[in-house]
Design a protein around this ligand. Sequence first.
Ligand code: CO
Length: 295
Amino acid sequence: MYALRKIFFPLFLICCLLTVSVQAQAGHGDQRPAKTGILLVAFGTSVPEAQAALANMETRVKAAFPGVPVRWAWTSSIIRHIMDKRGQHVDSPAEALARMMADGFTNVAIQSLHTIPGEEYHGLVQTAHLFQGMPKGLQRVLVGYPLLATPDDYAAAVNAMLKAAPAERKTGEALVLMGHGTPFPANACYPAFQYYLWKKDKNALVGTVEGSPTLDDVIFELKALKAKKVYLMPFMAVAGDHAHNDMAGPEPDSWKSRLEKEGFDVTCVLQGTADNPDIAAIWISHLAAALAHFK
Ligand code: CO
């Protein structure tokens, strides 16, 4: 009997304490009105003209969701440090979420302006989860898909990119899109995108700077197509450093120089996908899906 009491009394005490703490929580319960915000997250760019593409994206998002505050974060710490040196601070996702928490937001829909669900996107999802449900903090933090997520996104992104190709491009002339690429599993999105491109246009190719397909793969396909004329366009949110240097730069190892060396006639188009209204519409549809969870 004594032994039982020895067990039950501490248990009883714990139960009392738990009841008190639950009541205390209910007493100070989260009475705040729901406050929803949007956080747009891009990799970021140090190229001022490219930053205009991001500003255009913000204008489109504000028009699609009037009255919902829009904030920004960039995932690249290197680029944020460059901006800090210029006296133009841009928040990291964690800084932006902490600020939104302090400003009384309860729900945040984050829209990733990344192209594939790669390293940057997964890091963002992890950060979002860590910020969700902190005491007196953000109740819900959801992340919209990057550009290429569902099969419909691939088809829509292909249409958007083909539509953005220069109007003077004639039948049989090649279009080469330069994506970023990644050593992570999501690099498979690029060969998948190539499949959808070929369904619409046999002369449209995608290559990557840091993954696969490589520029060598692209050159192989261009030769098989017997193409002479090539239009080069970035397949990244902004026409930033990669587009200006790796794609269109004067150095012998730029895509333009290498293609010219192979005998192709090359024209570069320096427009990021954030400046393409049909691509922006895909990101905005992903943001709308995230926001719908708060209704
Ligand atoms: Co890069």
